[in-house]
Ligand binder design. Structure first.
Ligand SMILES: [Cu+2]
Length: 205
């Protein structure tokens, strides 16, 4: 009897560490795909941008997918603005104004930052927004955001509005600028209008 119990204990001592091992591994996050590399395509390190700008995300040797999708070798981008921190495998990526999650699988973002110097860095998170093992992070770049002067701002507005500009300029000052007449629910659903349609269809007056 005693011998059986001690044998069981010995067996448990062998098997328990084996059972616990996978749990320890998963706590450190998803294994990073081999040679995965994330990088910022634009802007360039040291670049000065004026006003709003596009930041484009590059990723090699792995794929981009939605947060929550658990396909092998995929993740989603996170842009870190003015963040100075070290990353740990399996650590959850914070969710705030400085840690932006691109959970729909976006590969670029239009940013508008306050004038001055800012750092940008990309990190890739797994389906549960955790850092990979090891963490996949880009080089951190430093950019300068210049305040647009009045004439540049005018030119930018003109470029962005394109064909709509001529229409907008015809609106009288102070009047709401409306490109399409509004269709209210009343116009399509009123009893009078449906009555009118049924009279037309049936030929009654
Ligand atoms: Cu995320």
């Amino acid at each position: 009897m005693w011998q059986t119990t001690s044998r069981r204990l010995a067996w448990l001592a062998m098997i328990v560490p084996v059972l616990l091992a996978p749990a320890t591994a998963s706590a450190r996050g998803t294994k990073a795909p081999k040679d995965a590399r994330v990088y910022i395509i634009t802007p360039n390190d040291g670049e000065t941008v004026t006003g709003a700008f596009w930041c484009r995300f590059g990723l090699r040797n792995m794929g981009v997918t939605h947060a929550g999708d658990d396909f092998a070798g995929t993740g989603h981008h996170h842009l870190l603005i003015d963040v100075d921190e070290t990353f740990e495998a399996g650590q959850e990526i914070p969710r705030d104004k400085k840690h932006i999650h691109y959970a729909a699988g976006e590969t670029e973002a239009r940013l508008e930052l306050s004038p001055g110097k800012h750092t940008l860095q990309l990190v890739v998170g797994d389906s549960r927004h955790l850092h990979f093992d090891p963490p996949i992070a880009s080089e951190k770049i430093m950019i300068t955001v210049a305040r647009p002067n009045a004439s540049e701002e005018q030119a930018r507005v003109s470029r962005n509005t394109g064909g709509r500009r001529a229409i907008l300029e015809r609106a009288a000052p102070g009047e709401p600028q409306q490109l399409h007449p509004e269709v209210t629910p009343d116009m399509t659903k009123s009893p009078e209008s449906s009555d009118f349609i049924s009279r037309v269809l049936t030929g009654t007056k």
